[in-house]
Write a protein that binds this ligand. Structure first.
Ligand SMILES: NC(=O)c1ccc[n+]([C@@H]2O[C@H](COP(=O)([O-])OP(=O)(O)OC[C@H]3O[C@@H](n4cnc5c(N)ncnc54)[C@H](O)[C@@H]3O)[C@@H](O)[C@H]2O)c1
Length: 326
């Protein structure tokens, strides 16, 4: 059967970002007619798009999804939309007004434009944040969102409900993907909200003490970025609509285990140092039930945590080497 991607025109909001750039790379393998990317480089970069920025199939529009005229220009004529542009969870907390404008206002405008321009399907990047501290582990999609305490999680839940209501009112097809903890090359390394993995990799490079705040028992479900991109492609190709899917690995890893794995793949004998927790983390556990995505999208993660950490480490060390050589 021919791929729905072949010959299609596809818009990716936030396509210069971490996950979006991998989605573009995977889409390009199936010969789309056009891929339009809109990104304001708030976090994304030209470097993330290096492998495809000169591809004539790709049209990059530097701009903001809050710019309605520009957004309409991007949506017009497209068949499919991946909506990935968003602020990070801490950025939403730091500036809820901007969080509202980007995550809710612009998403609402986009949904309206998708109806107006008869988009065949929207693939919406949601988040495991919608669960807050979940009721069940592994967490199925049927767990309720009432434990979420963050503005970001509230905005993602609202986005899911927005598309649900637009499906009901206007027949706009969509799928929401609730990513768990995504990692891999191109993750943010020097922004304000650098992830703990990168800080620990700096310790491996410089011989510093890797710090764990709290007792290290908080857990996450790590999923490699290329697997997340594959889930996006599967969600577009599948007949599924009006559904939310967890995208994780169904493997629970504590912070302490994560550090051990990261040190082990780098043959490092560094010892962690524990510090008192500096903030209260209301979400102490994450573990995705991914049976629904397996059953309805044919999605199974393919990269183990160890293999993913090896890829992340070598990418990061190369990047640092290149920076010092400059
Ligand atoms: N990375 C994760 O662990 C994770 C987990 C759950 C959900 N998500 C969601 O997945 C999606 C992609 O996340 P990511 O990790 O690639 O983040 P990212 O920050 O790398 O990508 C988002 C992109 O959107 C762009 N953007 C932000 N505001 C914009 C605006 N107003 N106009 C135009 N572009 C704008 C940024 O420049 C960036 O390139 C987001 O919706 C995010 O909320 C990510």
């Amino acid at each position: 059967m021919q791929s729905k991607i072949t010959g299609s025109r596809i818009l990716i909001t936030g396509g210069a970002g971490f996950i979006g750039s991998y989605v573009v790379e995977q889409l390009l393998k199936q010969s789309p007619e056009k891929i339009i990317i809109i990104d304001n480089f708030m976090r994304g970069s030209k470097e993330n798009m290096r492998s495809f920025i000169d591809n004539p199939v790709v049209e990059f529009r530097l701009g903001d999804i809050r710019d309605l005229a520009l957004l309409e220009d991007c949506v017009k004529g497209c068949d499919y939309v991946f909506h990935m542009a968003a602020l990070r969870i801490n950025a939403c907390a730091a500036d809820p007004q901007e969080g509202f404008d980007v995550m809710m206002g612009a998403t609402f405008q986009l949904a309206q434009l998708c109806v107006k321009h008869k988009i065949k399907k929207v693939i919406y990047s949601s988040s495991a944040s919608v669960y807050g501290l979940a009721q069940h582990f592994p967490t199925p999609e049927t767990d309720n969102p009432y434990n979420n305490q963050t503005f970001y999680g509230a905005a993602k839940m609202w986005g899911e409900q927005l598309f649900r209501s637009f499906k009901f009112m206007y027949g706009l097809d969509y799928v929401a993907l609730r990513y768990f903890n995504v990692y891999g090359p191109r993750m943010d390394t020097d922004g304000k909200y650098t992830e703990v993995m990168i800080k620990w990799l700096d310790c491996v490079r410089n011989g510093g003490e890797p710090l764990i705040y709290g007792d290290g028992s908080d857990s996450m479900d790590f999923v490699y970025v290329e697997d997340v991109a594959r889930a996006n492609i599967a969600a577009m190709e599948a007949d599924a609509t009006d559904e939310a899917f967890n995208v994780g690995c169904n493997r629970e890893t504590s912070l302490k285990e994560l550090l051990e794995a990261l040190l082990s793949v780098n043959n490092s004998s560094l010892q962690p140092a524990f510090r008192p927790a500096n903030s209260v983390n209301p979400v102490s556990r994450r573990l995705a039930d991914i049976t629904k995505a397996e059953r309805m999208l044919g999605f199974t993660p393919s990269v183990s945590l160890e293999d993913g950490l090896i890829k992340l480490s070598s990418w990061y060390f190369e990047l640092q080497k290149a920076k010092t050589a400059q």
